[in-house]
Write a protein that binds this ligand. Structure first.
Ligand code: DLL
Length: 437
């Protein structure tokens, strides 16, 4: 296959048996480590009659307690750290939508690990020596900017630390430096393309060949749109601050699932309601155990992200690490519209099939007479918007019917003017929840 690049080929292609042996050895070590170093786990293990020394197979993982985001909040800011603060080299935090921030810390070995898994991720996407990465993920407490940065340094490629914002300057830099790789959120990449056109550039005229996009859900339709706009191959990268930041899993150019770096991050999929592990291929909540992290080791951390998992060898790049599907939604993003569960990404998938509507949309949820109502607001192009009313109404009916037929939910649809939906430079806000519950 064209364009296979490995950063650590031997590890990335371990046999199933070798990977399992390594995972078990590391699981035993990390369980003993948290039992000794983190009072929260000491208590959780004791309450569940678990002794790390008794773990003898990978299947024993299921008996270990799950860890939720609330554990991090309850022990804010540093209560789950396994090392003294004097050994913590870097702190990051994410604000979340409610409540306290979630704080994460890295030892110097953790920074090395992050650099390695990010170098692996970039290489997995086909990034190689000679590439110039235009890194428009935010630098700061958000892990996107620095994560990509460390990975680029480790891989030995040039990185332009442009961070988010000042979009015109970003476009000038892209043009002048002839960057070959764009890293940012998928929604920001579309905004950049739109702005590039506004400034008189043709987005297809830049030198970009690969996009490494993540940090928010995006559909296959959105991928196609981005690829068409920029003339690059758009690849999905996944991660979360609690586990390390970006670099937990990454697509290869085959675009058939994201390779999880499972020698460091042990993935499981559970039923989010019962907490029971699911069979391979079943859709459920991704749970990750960090096998090698020092400062903030987490056991069976509930990511809240819905995926399926496969251990089949990748037919494209032959990596043997397990793969997750694209993130199908988040447990806390799931809307229940008159009893039917829908994720915003499912609505996005339907919208992306209708050529007249743009990828800029928002979902407004309200509650009337105890029933949830959903209004889909989506931008249309200025030509469509200035069409006669009848045509607009026809389009609106078509969008409505597509959503109802595909997802089985009834929604209201509002076609809005170009640029009326707020553009994001980081994670797009797709759902406006106006319910007063
Ligand atoms: O978003 C880390 C990251 C930065 C990943 C840059 C990829 C690229 P947090 O801010 O802690 O960390 O948010 C983590 O974002 O649980 C998912 O719900 C969502 N998320 C991350 N990557 C993807 C993706 C970073 N590729 C949360 N697809 C996660 C869908 C994603 N959702």
């Amino acid at each position: 296959m064209k364009n296979i690049v490995y950063f650590e080929e031997r590890t990335e292609t371990l046999t199933e048996k070798e990977l399992k042996e390594l995972q078990l050895e590391r699981l035993q070590r990390i369980a003993a480590y948290v039992q000794q170093k983190v009072p929260f786990y000491q208590q959780a293990f004791a309450a569940n009659h678990i002794d790390a020394a008794k773990i003898s197979t990978l299947d024993d993982l299921r008996y270990l307690p799950l860890t939720s985001k609330s554990a991090l909040r309850d022990h804010y800011p540093f209560g789950l750290f396994a090392i003294p603060l004097t050994q913590v080299m870097e702190l990051h935090a994410s604000s979340g939508t409610t409540g306290k921030m979630t704080v994460v810390g890295y030892s110097s070995a953790d920074i090395k690990l992050w650099s390695t898994v990010m170098a692996r991720s970039l290489a997995c996407g086909g990034v190689k020596k000679g590439d110039i990465i235009h890194n428009a993920y935010g630098y700061g407490l958000f892990t996107g900017g620095l994560g990509v940065h460390y990975g680029a340094l480790e891989l030995g490629v040039t990185v332009v630390p442009s961070s988010v914002g000042q979009t015109k300057r970003q476009i000038d830099l892209l043009a002048d430096f002839k960057s070959t790789v764009l890293t940012c959120t998928p929604s920001y990449s579309l905004y950049m393309a739109e702005e590039a056109r506004n400034y008189g550039f043709d987005p297809l005229g830049f030198s970009l060949r690969i996009g490494v996009f993540g940090a928010e859900p995006w559909s296959e339709g959105m991928r196609k749109q981005i690829e068409k706009e920029w003339g690059l191959q758009a690849l999905d990268i996944y991660g979360l601050s609690e586990i390390i930041g970006p670099g937990v899993a990454m697509e290869c150019p085959g675009q058939e699932g994201l390779h999880v770096w499972a020698d460091h991050f042990l993935p499981e999929v559970i039923d989010p309601k019962s907490g029971e592990p699911l069979e391979e291929g079943q859709e459920g909540e991704l749970v990750i155990t960090t096998l090698t992290k020092e400062a903030l080791p987490l056991i069976r951390y509930r990511t809240g992200d819905i995926v399926t998992l496969t251990t089949d060898r990748c037919p494209h790049c032959h990596r043997t690490m397990p793969r997750i599907s694209k993130i199908l939604g988040r447990i806390d993003d799931m809307l229940i519209i008159r009893g039917i569960n829908v994720f915003p990404s499912q609505i996005e998938s339907v919208l992306m099939k209708i050529p007249e509507v743009s990828p800029h949309y928002q979902l407004v949820v309200t509650r009337e007479h105890h029933l949830d109502k959903l209004e889909v607001q989506v931008e249309v192009s200025s030509e469509v918007f200035s069409d006669e009313v009848k045509k607009l109404e026809e389009l609106q009916q078509r969008v409505l019917a597509e959503i109802e037929n595909t997802l089985g939910i009834s929604v209201a649809v509002k076609l809005v003017e170009p640029k009326s939906i707020e553009r994001s430079q980081g994670k797009a806000k797709r759902v406006i929840d106006q319910r007063q519950i």
